[in-house]
Design a protein around this ligand. Structure first.
Ligand code: ADP
Ligand code: MG
Length: 355
């Protein structure tokens, strides 16, 4: 360990389209929606995370709420940097660290272009990171799920986040193939918004649509344990008078059908591209679902029945990537001072992208 290494703080960041999680000393110190509220006049940040989310759809002319990431990548560089800076500050308050020098492991979608990778690195550096390492999200998810990523065996991960669904096959510590589609949680939320407008003539915002998805969202129109109907309140489109509509999981299953079949087709496509030996491993072991989308009712059953391959939902799927990023972080640290952990070091060198 270096003489001044106590001055270096290590943090792991899962910078997601929907949620950002920061892990420090094995503890999750930040778990907030990836949203910032900014004053239009001064360009100053007013709120970050949950507080900014509460302002969403309720702002006046002087405030705008921004989701800096869209479709898995940074869409608004300045907002992303401000958000990351704010969240690192929150992490330092929550875990009581003060550090002039930050070492950050941050994960990136596997299909990222060079420019997109650069944007994440620059944001992390501008937000205070001195050493910035990066790891591909499906690899982080696999580590977080507890799979043996180094084994000469195929593992398939499907991570359904806010903006993208990432499908990857991992073997021997590397990504063999990956497929990323821009159909994920946000699209399901949009489908519901659109459906409520069309079918029930009621206008609802993104947050309400997400609530409907979480309460009565379903990938199957027949569930063994059906949820109770969800009561939606909002203005009638024609009259603007308030109405209440009970929404059943069956109608939501129907409205999500199109998007879910697109995810299904993408998984099939990824399987098609998988080399036969790895394919056999995957069929035997099953496919792992991670990300918030994995929580959609009946999705695992639907996919299992359709593809005839078992699908497993990762434990705590919303945090699988963050957990894995935390594991990678620990290994970066071990790289410095333990000789018996040489093999881990070896692994991390390969898992992490070039600095
Ligand atoms: P990201 O990594 O892109 O930030 P997450 O893995 O955090 O995304 O997942 C966020 C997505 O998961 C959101 O679209 C959210 O609406 C969705 N989600 C969260 N909980 C559920 C649930 N119970 N059912 C269906 N979707 C959910
Ligand atoms: Mg994610």
């Amino acid at each position: 360990m270096g003489l001044f290494s106590f001055l270096t703080q290590d943090i792991a960041v899962d910078l997601g389209t929907a949620n950002t999680i920061i892990i420090c000393n094995d503890k999750m110190v930040v778990n907030e929606p990836s949203i910032v509220a900014i004053d239009r006049k001064t360009e100053k940040v007013i709120a970050i995370g949950e507080k900014a989310r509460q302002m969403q759809g309720k702002t006046h002319d002087n405030i705008k709420t921004i989701r800096p990431l869209r479709d898995g990548v940074i869409a608004d560089f300045n907002a992303a940097e401000q958000m990351l800076r704010g969240m690192i500050k929150m992490a330092s308050v929550n875990s009581k660290f003060f550090s002039p020098s930050l070492r950050i492991v941050v994960c990136i979608p596997s299909g990222s272009t060079e420019v997109e990778v650069r944007a994440v690195r620059d944001s992390s550096e501008h937000a205070g990171g001195r050493d910035v390492y990066m790891i591909y999200e499906p690899m982080a998810a696999a580590l977080g799920i507890g799979l043996d990523v180094e084994a000469p065996e195929g593992n398939m991960i499907v991570d359904i986040g806010g903006g993208t669904t990432e499908i990857a096959v991992i073997s021997l510590g590397g990504i063999v193939s990956n497929k990323s589609i821009r159909i994920a949680g946000d699209d399901l939320t949009d489908d519901i918004q659109e459906y409520m407008r069309h079918q029930h003539n009621i206008r609802i915002g993104e947050r309400t649509a997400e609530q409907i998805k979480i309460h009565v969202g379903s990938a199957l129109s027949e569930l063994d344990e059906p949820p109770a109907d969800f009561i939606v309140q909002g203005p009638n489109q024609m009259t603007s008078l308030p109405v209440e509509v009970p929404v059943s999981y069956q109608e939501i299953a129907h409205c999500l059908e199109k998007s879910i079949s697109k995810i299904e087709i993408a998984i099939l496509g990824a399987l098609e591209q998988t080399p036969p030996e790895l394919y056999a491993d995957i069929v035997n072991k099953g496919i792992y679902l991670a990300g918030g989308g994995a929580l959609l009712r009946g999705l695992d059953k639907r996919l299992t029945d359709k593809l005839n391959i078992p699908f497993h939902i990762a434990e705590d799927p919303l945090r699988a990537v963050a957990r894995g990023t935390g594991i990678a972080l620990k290994n970066v640290r071990s790289e410095e001072h333990t000789s018996e952990l040489q093999s881990l070091r070896h692994l991390v060198c390969r898992l992490l992208l070039e600095k």
